[in-house]
Design a protein around this ligand. Structure first.
Ligand code: UD1
Ligand code: CA
Length: 476
């Protein structure tokens, strides 16, 4: 194999104690993906021959969370010997013996290092022709990081961990970002020499640069300008901060693609979402997973969409939708809830206070007010009157309601499923429809109205209503 091949090792075996969580640290999500999922997505863009993830703490959960989305990834189990040096050693051992390229080491808890930055980092290492290149950053507060100790000539001498640092070393502001490129033979040669005689009793990967220097080799440092790419997540404060930065990047990417985002501070968009030019996103909107929005559509304010498709020039206001398809020029909201399996046809309308589920609503059909439409097929040009309800559940099973084209239902119609309404059928206000309605028929189920004259004055004598009634009587 050539010198120019690349293996990527992602470290994800640590416990993440500072998160104080039941969920392993690297599985905490930002922008709709686990932290380590972002690292693997980036790694996927770097043309590596091998991508390995080192696991130990909650390894089954981590493997289960990643295996499907990252089928090419190799999982390496860390043993009881702790430390980043041990993790990398086992990953190198798992590579084919004839692998002779470079190894890029990344951390599963550092999701902000993008493919451009890492690609340039690898290129810089190759151009420098050194056994190892470190990514470093100069930061205002270096607490918690390994410090870069340089010699009188300004060359990297070694890395010292915070817990092993003297006060002078601890005062250094250049930190180890925890991302490295090594020639694989460097790791094969030096990792067996790394011990655990340090404050944490761990095999430190960060001992390798010092060992190289001892043997007279040069270690290069790539000082990143944008410190954010080095940010790691060790606790929930950092989780929120890194999540905010990731979101900001996603929003900026879409803004540059022609999307209007009125209030970036209250707009959250997952990495997997796709938006077309001339989409408008209004404040307090959350777009999750595989949501896609076509050109000219307006979404928000106060809207959450999960894996939902919004058609061209559609409008969705103050509503929530999951696994729904909203057709071109259709309108939704305010205050409606589209559950899984809802499809709304072109020019359709789901108005205010409507819940839908597993309902296919045809082109130009309207469900304007206060309705529940579940397990239903609704044809074209239908108008479901205010408060039309599909009673889909008989306490044991769910049943379907089938509504033809151009059907109009009266207000407060209850459609007791299973039931069918033929094309052009109508229902009277308050109808409870238990039997199929043929095409063109009007279904009535309410008993004729009967007025009992004088009932109020007789039964409610002395009330304001009785007085009003008697005034009306004498005025006649
Ligand atoms: C590490 C570096 C430190 C650097 C910092 C940058 C070492 C010894 N220190 O410290 O110089 O400034 O990252 O963020 O490397 N992991 C394993 N197996 C282990 C231990 C850790 O896979 O036995 C993984 C963790 O899951 C994590 C990564 O390695 O993804 C880093 O471990 P962490 O404990 O967070 O190291 P830091 O203390 O941050
Ligand atoms: Ca860390």
């Amino acid at each position: 194999m050539t010198q120019n091949t690349l293996a990527i090792i992602v470290l994800a075996a640590g416990q993440g104690t500072r998160m104080k969580s039941r969920l392993p640290k690297v599985l905490h999500p930002i922008a709709g993906r686990p932290l380590v999922g972002h690292v693997l997505a980036t790694a996927g863009h770097l043309h590596a021959e091998y991508i390995e993830v080192v696991v130990r703490h909650e390894r089954d959960r981590i493997v289960a969370a990643l295996a499907e989305d990252h089928p090419g990834v190799l999982f390496v189990d860390q043993d009881e010997i702790p430390g980043t040096g041990r993790a990398v050693q086992l990953a190198v051992d798992a590579l084919p013996a004839d692998f002779a390229g470079d190894v890029l080491v990344l951390s599963g808890d550092c999701p902000l290092a993008d493919a451009d930055t890492l690609g340039a980092f690898v290129a810089e290492h190759r151009a420098a022709d050194v056994p190892a290149t470190l990514m470093t950053a100069v930061v205002a507060d270096p607490t918690g990081y390994g410090r870069i100790v340089r010699d009188a000539d300004g060359d990297v001498d070694r890395i010292v961990e915070q817990k092993d640092a003297t006060p002078e070393e601890a005062a250094i502001h250049e930190i180890n970002a925890g991302m490295y490129v090594f020639r694989v033979e460097t790791l094969r040669r030096y990792l067996p020499e790394v011990g655990s005689e340090n404050a944490q009793g761990e095999m430190y990967l960060t001992d390798v640069p010092g060992l190289l220097r001892r043997d007279g080799a040069r270690v290069a440092a790539s000082v990143v300008a944008d410190v954010a790419v080095t940010y790691g997540v060790n606790d929930r404060v950092q989780l929120a901060e890194v999540g905010r930065i990731m979101n900001e990047r996603i929003l900026r990417r879409w803004q540059r693609e022609g999307v209007t985002i009125q209030d970036p501070a209250t707009t959250w968009i997952d990495d997997d979402v796709t938006l077309a030019p001339d989409v408008t996103i209004l404040p307090n909107t959350y777009l999750h997973r595989a949501t896609s929005i076509a050109t000219g559509a307006t979404v928000g304010p106060d809207t959450t969409l999960v894996s939902t498709e919004v058609g061209e020039d559609a409008e969705v206001r103050r509503s929530e939708a999951t696994l729904a398809v909203i057709g071109p020029r259709a309108t939704v909201g305010p205050f409606s809830y589209l559950r899984a399996g809802t499809t709304l046809g072109a020019d359709g309308k789901i108005g205010a206070y409507v819940e839908t589920k597993n309902a296919q609503i045809g082109d130009g059909s309207k469900v304007p007010h206060l309705s529940y439409v579940g397990d239903a097929t609704v044809g074209r040009g239908v108008n479901l009157g205010a408060s039309t309800i599909t009673a889909n559940y008989d306490d044991v099973n769910k049943h379907r309601t089938e509504i033809g084209d151009e059907v109009h239902t009266g207000s407060h119609t209850v459609l007791v499923a299973p039931v069918r309404l033929g094309d052009g059928a109508k229902t009277g206000a308050g109808a409870v429809v238990r039997k199929d309605v043929p095409a063109g028929a009007l279904a009535m189920s309410v008993a004729p109205q009967r007025n009992i004259e004088g009932w109020v004055e007789k039964n409610r004598a002395g009330t304001a209503a009785a007085e009003a009634a008697s005034r009306a009587d004498s005025a006649e």
